[in-house]
Design a protein around this ligand. Sequence first.
Ligand code: FES
Length: 102
Amino acid sequence: MKTEVRANWSHTILICKKCQKRAKAAFGPEHDKSLSKALKRRLTSGKGRKARLGIVEVGCLDICPKKGVVLIDSRAPGIWRIVRDDADIDRLAEELAGGAAS
Ligand code: FES
């Protein structure tokens, strides 16, 4: 049995799944109901571990903003973002794909 599996991910984006449900928002010009779907549309070339970065939906992170979705970039785990539905998804995707986390 394998104990390790390789992945092409450079880093990982964690997105609260429960926030996405609670927010009842639409993200980006495509009006995606989930932030992860809107970001995957822009960021991932490839699926699963073949993608160049990972976007993973996780359970509640105990922030629970009234409006918005909690997002964590694994390159900057000390800064958690709250993304609102009026966020510029293209710009966010550029930031998340870029070399420097902010
Ligand atoms: S519901 Fe997303 S942090 Fe709690």
